[in-house]
Design a protein. Structure first.
Length: 67
């Protein structure tokens, strides 16, 4: 899911998917990544409560992936 797209992230829990991935790389522009990281605080709990495995895709750790 695009990392900062709040409606898409919220709707994902009802998708029935086994795994939901918040994208913090290509689908999330660099300017929106701080917002996306802030959304992740409660997002993964909601996804797990819906029965999905919550995951995140980040940039390489050598670049901005540690952010």
């Amino acid at each position: 899911m695009p990392g900062a797209d709040e409606p898409a992230l919220a709707a994902a829990a009802a998708s029935g998917a086994d795994v939901l991935i918040q994208e913090l790389e290509d689908f999330t522009p660099p300017a929106l990544r701080p917002k996306a990281r802030a959304l992740s605080a409660g997002l993964y709990d909601r996804w797990r409560a819906a029965g999905a495995l919550a995951a995140v895709r980040v940039n390489p750790l050598e670049t901005c992936g540690r952010d």
